[in-house]
Write a protein that binds this ligand. Structure first.
Ligand code: SAH
Length: 393
């Protein structure tokens, strides 16, 4: 296995268990790794410090272990078992009301480059690094061993998440099983999961707790679920007793999905309608005071730090339309999933919108990603989802 020696002093962040090694920290190699290979990393003084996956790019090594241990079947089984035990203690696994959860959240589970979401009998495995891609079958086998008979299918979905330059020619497909059942349960509600064509792994598992909170604010309200995708918030609002629910997404496919999910839970219920429309256009044209509960859950406006300024302006513009329009006494659930935008910056963007609208606004809740998307305390970059629940006078 190739050895990597760091420049003097560049082991400091690793001593604090930060799981990335940047290419600029490397002094020299002993051997020549191929992309995705395991490498052992040493300090300038020649002391072992980490083992991980090598990749070409600014993050050169993603650390799998700070112990000098073999990365074998037993390693993968142990890590996945730790992850599953954590989900059990969170009450999201082994719960008859809920079989939808994130089992592995990359660095948050000490497995940089790997995401695994569980939807009933199916797990969707996603690699974000070449190293994880190369050992996908080994991970799938370990996952089957840890989950046992409850797991029937493993779908591998990494066509769009691997570095383009690595040219892996990756195609999505089943590593285990291939069952057509696509229905998963979240807090007692049912959802079709389109792992084949859907965004991310087919569903936004990260809004589970926030959807539950929304349910409690929905009774008797007229709800607009903007950027609805598969309609998670819409279905919870309906169970919560909303008077009407309008779901909006620019994608016609999303509108199909939300209609199917509403029908699955509330067949024939006429309180719901979905529209394929651009958010800004819809918000511009909607009648004033049409809604008294609005959800804004847009896609990440800033994928990189250099897009930050425009992203913040985008959040302000979007929220301004909601503040200008929402009925007095209305509630706004507003989110940002941009990792590059921090909590304070997002709050400032929303503050600016509130001030421009001239409405009186109170913060009722400050929201974030759920427990099954844990943040490794040594890797604060893992914090990405933030939200505010606002009361608008
Ligand atoms: N709230 C959803 C997740 C939203 S993902 C949930 O709980 O599952 C963001 C969604 O925004 C995507 O479905 C995407 O199609 C939609 N979208 C992106 N740009 C848009 C725009 N300009 N107008 C409306 N929808 C848009």
């Amino acid at each position: 296995m190739t050895k990597i020696f760091l420049k003097r002093g560049k082991d400091e962040s690793l001593r604090r268990f930060h799981p990335w090694i940047f290419s600029g920290a490397i002094h020299h190699f002993e051997g020549k790794p191929a992309e995705g290979d395991l490498v052992r990393v040493f300090t300038a003084e020649g002391v072992f410090i980490a083992v991980g996956h090598w990749q070409i790019g600014s993050i050169a090594v993603r650390v799998l272990s700070f112990d000098d241990e073999p990365i074998d079947d037993a390693f993968w089984q142990h890590r996945l078992q730790v992850a599953l035990d954590a989900r059990r203690s969170m009450g999201v696994a082994d719960n008859p009301q809920n079989d939808t959860f994130r089992l592995v959240h990359g660095e948050g589970d000490n497995l940089p480059g790997l995401v695994i979401d569980v939807y009933g009998p199916t797990a969707v495995l996603q690699a974000h690094s070449v190293g994880m891609h190369l050992v996908r079958q080994q991970i799938a086998d370990a996952l089957k061993a840890v989950m046992g008979p409850r797991l029937q299918n493993i779908f591998y979905k990494s066509e769009t998440t691997l570095p383009f330059k690595a040219d892996l020619g990756q195609e999505n497909g089943f590593l285990l099983g291939g069952d057509g059942n696509d229905i998963a349960t979240e807090n007692g509600l049912k959802f079709h999961i389109d792992w084949l064509r859907g965004q991310k792994t087919g569903f936004f598992v990260d809004q589970r707790d926030n959807r539950s909170l929304l349910e409690h604010y929905s009774r008797g309200r007229d709800v607009l679920n903007m950027f609805c995708y598969t309609g998670g918030f819409s279905v919870y609002a309906m169970r919560g007793g909303a008077r009407l629910v309008h779901s909006v997404d620019s994608s016609a496919k999303a509108v199909e999905l939300v209609n199917a999910n509403v029908e699955l839970n509330f067949p024939g219920d006429t309180r719901h309608q979905a529209f394929a429309e651009d958010a800004f256009r819809y918000l511009q044209q909607m009648e004033e005071g049409a809604y008294d509960l609005i959800i804004l859950d847009p896609p990440a406006f800033a994928k990189h730090k250099d897009a930050l300024h425009n992203a913040l302006k985008g959040y302000t513009r979007l929220n301004l339309r909601a503040f200008e329009n929402i009925r007095p006494g209305g509630i706004l659930f507003t989110f940002s999933c941009s990792q590059a935008v921090n909590k304070d910056q997002f709050r400032m963007a929303v503050f600016t919108a509130a001030a421009q609208s001239g409405r009186r606004v109170r913060i009722l809740h400050q929201l974030h990603q759920p427990a099954d998307h844990p943040i490794n305390i040594y890797h604060p970059e893992g914090e990405y989802l933030k939200g505010l629940v606002l009361y608008v006078e």
